[in-house]
Design a protein around this ligand. Sequence first.
Ligand SMILES: Cc1cc2nc3c(=O)[nH]c(=O)nc-3n(C[C@H](O)[C@H](O)[C@H](O)COP(=O)(O)OP(=O)(O)OC[C@H]3O[C@@H](n4cnc5c(N)ncnc54)[C@H](O)[C@@H]3O)c2cc1C
Length: 462
Amino acid sequence: MDKRILSEFIDAAGDGNVLYDEKNLFPYKRGSIDGMEEMPETVIKIFHEKSISKVMKIAHKYRIPVIARGGGSSPTGAVVPARKGIVLDMRPLNEIKVNIDDGYVEANAGATLEEVNRELKKYGFFFPPDPSSVSISTVGGAINENSGGMRCARYGVVKDWVLKIDVVLPSGDETSFGESIYKNRGGFNFVDLICGSEGTLCIVKKAYLKIMPFPEKITRIAGFFNTIEESANAIFSIRKNGLNPLILEYADYYGIKAANEIKKWNYPEAHGGMVLVDTDYGENYLNKILKVLEENNAFKIYIPQNEEEYNNIFEIRRIAFAAPGILYSGFIDGDIVVPLSKLRDAIEGINQIRMKNNVYIATCGHAGDGNLHPQVGGNPNNASEWENAKKSVREINDLAVRLGGSISGEHGIGKIKEEEFVGQLKYKNQIKTLEFMKSVKKLFDPENILNPDNFALGGNYD
Ligand SMILES: Cc1cc2nc3c(=O)[nH]c(=O)nc-3n(C[C@H](O)[C@H](O)[C@H](O)COP(=O)(O)OP(=O)(O)OC[C@H]3O[C@@H](n4cnc5c(N)ncnc54)[C@H](O)[C@@H]3O)c2cc1C
């Protein structure tokens, strides 16, 4: 980068907060997905809210691409600086203020959801959305990905919990959307627009998030099944019967096997997979859930009796997500969502793709809301293996769309699913959506400097 411009950024962000040596840039070149990386030219660490606007004004003046980065855990390439330019490292901006009286927490974009919940726990409250990546997922990243997670079955996704956001526009101008009150009408709902915008519209500085008192007593149950029909029916029945679980998760045979291998455990490697349920509704609901599992022939049911077992059962589900990344030299993320009644067809369809393409897939997911993560293993340095993995993911995405679902439930489109996203819009006769998206992008960011190319906004897919 031109030395003169660099010194303007140093003036704006503070000496020592602007990195340009290759060894310092290295950690910022990728997200959590394999096979996609690009080195930024410069990284600017954001310690103060005021620096963001100053930095954006300079970037805007020189038309330099900027990408905001929280924990960098995006599995879709959304956080990869594809056009080089500047990465804004938001992590240092992490102040959290709890306001119990008015029922919200005020958190800077760089605070992780775990940090937010640690603070809230002191008051007996919590912020419900909980991606499995809570320890790295930041408030800014989770808003921009409209993240979900384990507790979606009960509480929904991040957008359902955001009252207000303070933002910096690509021009450097500052504004805020929404209000830190529980009801608010007037104008378009810009908070919802920003939730899930994948860093393409504005930089989130701070958010005001709704909070909930902590559930009193949680009981955890895991059922293991011989067939996919049985496990899918169990999930379907729990929802259909209004048993409103706190979490309703799934891990398939390959996920359980991977957890056993990695942790040296002995949990049943069930061909129908494991259904994991948390409930906080007391004995009556617990019994009803147990009845559903039994009626659907769960051959083994665990109700953990100590903290270790309570955590280990949960860990099976977590490891199932990461298994291909641990057992293989690379993986491609799957994030499909289907109507609940089609869950069985989706899991069986994934199995058929696995056999047909002879590829490693471990499937887990937030099955309670129809969201599955078929994680496909492969070596990005082995061209034919990697192509086979990519082809398998494309086929899985196709399957989801044909079943009336979508190619992304919570991880977004990023830079790896753009073509399929456009395909989905065409299939559903919704291509107007893309036109509107491009118009909205132009309104916020006429110079196209904020995370350009992400989210099907830069490509030509006519
Ligand atoms: C092991 C693992 C488990 C996961 N589990 C889940 C899960 O259960 N549920 C789920 O929904 N997701 C999950 N994810 C995906 C990911 O963790 C979430 O999308 C997460 O919320 C992203 O947060 P982040 O801070 O890492 O964002 P980043 O990866 O840093 O960024 C994501 C996007 O947000 C933009 N962005 C970041 N901060 C800002 C900001 N302040 N202003 C504007 N734009 C910004 C970036 O430019 C990028 O486009 C998982 C990922 C991993 C690796």
